[in-house]
Design a binder for this molecule. Structure first.
Ligand SMILES: Nc1ncnc2c1ncn2[C@@H]1O[C@H](COP(=O)(O)OP(=O)(O)OP(=O)(O)O)[C@@H](O)[C@H]1O
Ligand SMILES: [Mg+2]
Length: 386
């Protein structure tokens, strides 16, 4: 079964979605900011916190994990106990499941149910204290947790340090989100966590993506097995969103296609094929992250488009009002609607184009480029009916 030697992919693990490279190129600035914020901790002082904010695939998770792994190494060299615990709040989206995940880091056998949130908080604190640990908790995709009204957990965790832990233990936090979420926290947690500790992750430029994907190819693939113009094309395609994950997925899929076809190298045609294969899943994961009003706006646009290439914003807005009513929602005002369109366009789900019209005015036209409107429409309706 495994008779054929791979000729393209040398190390598939390097292409996995959760692989964290030794060096994160083009994130030096964010790593430096983290070092500055956490300097007191590594010098044996008290806890710190940071908020990482940026859109999809901009390296937030990878940067947080890289930073924690590196800081653990320094702590180890200095001889004090430090540890980090990563929690994905999409997978653990209630207060108790986050706490459970944190406690089970110390005690695998801790029962899944039967304890209240406050009991679990106490248990967690005891574990950290007992080990005199400088613990760092990464709360990734925290917006999911906050949208479910779990602000209090963030506050409770942030207070671990004020309440004077026994021993030199402390608990620091790295909070990650695609959107700005501080306004969802109350004043008390903001003041304990520090409002100033925001680190922003911008979308990667085309050239940055080119560097990222080239370096990943070098680690994962056989030397010389991917053509330079294939790397260019991957960077071009992924630059629409500035998303490194998409770029790496394109690399992985096209390398797999090359392998399957028994080709000696990854060609641009394979990249195009990989793009076609990847697009629908990418779109879907993006849709999952939209809130109700954005979904309604997008649905309105797809309903207008049908056979047409473009729709004017005026028409789209009238359709949006109908759609909102259909789903029992109050349509928002014009400026709000306009901001939804801008957001969707920023996320690559829509395209807008401004054109002059014969009367000398300017009209904005909206279109969707990469997926048939019919497919997008039925997907949106399915999500909204859920
Ligand atoms: N600067 C970089 N250098 C090398 N690889 C990177 C870099 N930034 C991101 N990556 C890789 O791109 C992929 C996506 O990055 P990551 O998961 O950190 O994004 P994210 O910002 O957390 O996205 P999301 O908001 O969707 O969770 C990962 O495989 C990561 O290793
Ligand atoms: Mg992430």
């Amino acid at each position: 079964m495994f008779e054929r030697q791979p000729v393209i992919i040398r190390d598939p693990r390097v292409l996995a979605f959760d692989y964290v490279p030794q060096k994160l190129i083009h994130r030096e600035e964010q790593l430096r900011s983290l070092s500055v914020l956490f300097r007191p901790l590594i010098e044996g002082g008290g806890a710190s916190s940071a908020f990482l904010i940026g859109s999809v695939g901009t390296g937030k998770t990878a940067t947080a994990k890289r930073f924690c792994t590196d800081i653990l190494q320094s702590a180890f060299e200095k001889g004090f106990p430090m540890d980090y615990i990563y929690v994905n709040c999409r997978q653990n989206s209630t207060e108790s499941s986050v706490l459970l995940r944190l406690i089970q880091h110390f005690d695998e056998g801790y029962p899944d149910r039967g304890f209240s949130v406050s009991e679990m908080l106490r248990t967690l604190k005891r574990h950290v204290e007992k080990r005199e640990l400088k613990a760092i908790v990464i709360l990734d995709e925290v917006d999911v947790l906050l949208k479910k009204g779990a602000e209090d957990l963030v506050y409770q965790l942030s207070r671990f340090n004020e309440e004077e832990m026994v021993s030199s233990a402390s608990l620091s936090m790295i909070i990650i989100s695609q959107e700005y979420v501080l306004d969802r926290l109350d004043q008390a947690s903001i003041s304990t966590l520090g409002r100033a500790n925001i680190i922003r992750f911008s979308r990667y430029s085309r050239d940055e993506l080119r560097d990222i994907v080239a370096s990943r190819a070098e680690m994962a693939l056989m030397p010389g097995s991917v053509r330079e113009d294939s790397l260019d094309l991957i960077a071009d395609i992924a630059s629409e969103w500035g998303d490194a994950r998409f770029a790496i997925e394109l690399l992985e899929k096209s390398a797999m296609l090359a392998e399957e076809e028994g080709s000696q190298e990854v060609t641009a045609e394979m990249v195009r094929e990989a793009k076609a294969l990847t697009y629908s899943t990418i779109t879907e994961s993006r849709l999952e992250q939209l809130d109700l009003q954005h979904l309604l706006t997008l649905l309105a646009v797809t309903r207008c488009l049908k056979e047409n290439a473009y729709v004017t914003t005026g028409k789209a807005e009238r359709m949006y009002q109908l759609v909102a009513e259909e789903y029992g929602e109050k349509p928002r005002k014009h400026t709000q609607f306009w901001s939804y369109i801008t957001d969707l366009s920023d996320q690559g789900l829509l395209e807008t184009r401004v054109r002059g019209d014969p009367e000398g005015g300017r009209t904005t036209y909206i279109s969707i480029a990469n997926i048939p409107s019919r497919i997008l429409r039925s997907k949106l309706e399915e999500m909204l009916n859920r």
